[in-house]
Write a protein that binds this ligand. Structure first.
Ligand SMILES: Nc1ncnc2c1ncn2[C@@H]1O[C@H](COP(=O)(O)OP(=O)(O)O)[C@@H](O)[C@H]1O
Ligand SMILES: [Mg+2]
Length: 265
């Protein structure tokens, strides 16, 4: 049965989609069977892994998978060991569908059960086929995020070292706790990854230290700094990327730490 991990924080530009894509890539490179699930209507993870515009997945996405509660027809093969459940803009209609039953195509599909467990139910059909499922989330504590959290055993919180990210932390922690109580997987924080660090800024350094003081056992030792090759993953992806090693350097250290935590729990 797959181990499911959600990347989250309800703030944009913290490296969630990049980290989800890198983690999916590193796990599959290590020989694990991986499913990457895009729960953000921006479709960034979809574009990173598929190398196609997310609009190409209209009517062929995780939204339809959840509405039909059957992911099978919507799985996109990225490589031999990596699959993707893609997203596009219409995923933004997910809450409206949950509460009215009307899909963005004007059909009526009533969902029975808890609105926070729709993704969890959907993934149940395919969990046995993967070693890991990694889920990217939008920059809000929306239905997409609560569904992702409730479908996961583990959560990795992205911490971009800034004041507004710092203020997002308590509510995110509450959402993880909510998923632990209301979900079926004893959802818990696997760790806090400090991302997008600007090594020249003293305020960033201060926020790094503050989050470490607040959560000494949760922060990963590895800190991801701002590096052009990491930013350019969105341009070049993982295949035929001449600077891939430079892009992955720091993430390899995070990956080792993360796997040690997964294996020791
Ligand atoms: N370590 C990094 N160094 C430089 N650019 C980065 C880094 N991590 C992410 N980026 C870029 O910063 C932007 C925000 O990252 P992204 O992964 O999309 O964050 P989120 O999903 O939290 O909004 C993207 O353009 C991405 O390519
Ligand atoms: Mg994103």
């Amino acid at each position: 049965m797959a181990i499911t991990i959600t990347m989250g924080i309800q703030k944009g530009g913290c490296g969630k989609s990049t980290t989800t894509g890198v983690l999916a890539y590193l796990l599959s490179r290590d020989g694990y069977r991986v499913l990457a699930v895009d729960m953000d209507s921006q479709g960034n993870l979809t574009e990173l892994l598929s190398r196609k515009p997310s609009n190409e997945f209209t009517e062929k996405s995780v939204l339809e998978a959840m509405q039909e509660r059957d992911p099978e027809p919507y799985i996109v093969k990225v490589n031999d060991r990596l699959d993707l459940l893609p997203a596009n803009n219409f995923l933004a209609t997910f809450p409206r569908w949950i509460y009215t039953g009307e899909t963005y195509l004007g059909k009526y599909i009533r969902y029975k059960g808890k609105p926070t467990l729709i993704l969890d139910d959907t993934l149940d059909k395919i969990r046995h086929r993967y070693d890991f499922i990694v889920i990217d989330t939008p920059p809000s504590l929306s239905e997409q995020t609560t569904n992702a959290l409730c479908a996961s055993q583990y959560v990795i919180m992205m911490f971009e070292c800034s004041n507004w990210c710092y203020s997002a932390v308590p509510n995110f922690m509450e959402s993880v706790e909510g998923a632990r109580v209301h979900g079926r997987h004893n959802t818990r924080l696997l760790g806090i990854l400090r991302t997008m660090n600007d090594v020249r800024r003293n305020d960033a350094k201060a926020f790094n230290e503050m989050i470490e003081e607040d959560y000494p056992n949760e922060v990963f030792k590895t800190i991801i700094t701002r590096k052009a090759p990491i930013g350019r993953l969105s341009l070049y992806g993982f295949e035929e990327n001449n600077e891939l090693n430079q892009a992955l350097e720091q993430y390899e250290n995070f990956y080792k730490e993360m796997m040690e935590r997964v294996q020791s729990r």
